[in-house]
Design a protein around this ligand. Sequence first.
Ligand code: SAM
Ligand code: SF4
Length: 320
Amino acid sequence: MTIHAVPDQARSPKLVDGFGRSVSYLRVSVTDRCDLRCTYCMSERMKFLPSDRLLSLAEIDRICAAFVSRGVTKIRLTGGEPLVRRDFLDLARSLGRHLRTGALSELTLTTNGTQLDRYAAELAAIGVRRINVSLDTLNPDRYRSVTRGGRIDRVLSGLDAAQRAGLRVKLNVVALRGINESEMEEMVAWAHARSMELTLIETMPLGDTGEDRTDRYLPLSTVREALERSFALDPLSDSTGGPARYVRVRETGGRLGFITPLTRNFCSGCNRVRVGCDGTLYSCLGQDNKVDLRAAVRASEADDALHNAIARPRHQAPRP
Ligand code: SAM
Ligand code: SF4
């Protein structure tokens, strides 16, 4: 499928939320499908959305262009698994035009890495410079079990391909009690030795996965205490406008992030919005502000309705 890029609108007023924070970062889910079934994310027998409720790639492209014209400078493509969406590269290529004009400073993605060995070189050619890859364990059997059938060798060759292509890689590791708890130190050392950053993520109780996740909840404060027995962690003031807090690991020289989504300790610095694969715009992770961009984008070929819809959501007061 080919995406016909519509000419970008003249720059519209920038998106500013109710607190005067300008929105510069957009996360877009390009599919709800995935080739894995991680126990904390999906149930074994997932029911996916019917295709008419999914945005087409051309619609995603239009929505992204509208956000770019309103001041978004960074776009992250995610899913489900973005690389299972047919013709994903057409979308990435089309979005690459905003990198070339300089309107976008970064186009990136979060992937499970299983198909990276096929995509990495092309992504780099399009202008992607760094990617996040999810990998919760280095143990092949444990990986198969957590992902319900995934093969770690595919991810490892994907990581090799990404680094060969010059992409900077950050590993996302969901901390799971009794599963990868004992591997954290090894994973940090492994990632940093390969010049990859690593970010630990606390599990969130999202959706029905067919598993009781209360047993698996592992607070990152516990993980941090355990890591501090092996490493000196120097706090960094780096902020990406997102939910991660960072430290430098003195022994490895690498950067380590902590994402504790439920603590909402990041609202004040947040510059992000996200669009689901059905076109729902969420203006905040922790609040229930939603707008239907699919209806807006389908309402007409002109982008007026889309721009009106984008401008609609307002953040509520961040919790202290
Ligand atoms: N499939 C891609 C991947 O796994 O990287 C992109 C989508 S996935 C939903 C994005 C990130 O969300 C991954 O790093 C994944 O580990 C994390 N994630 C999924 N379910 C989660 C949960 N219940 N709690 C915390 N993080 C979760
Ligand atoms: Fe798929 Fe990513 Fe969810 Fe795992 S975390 S099931 S790879 S979408």
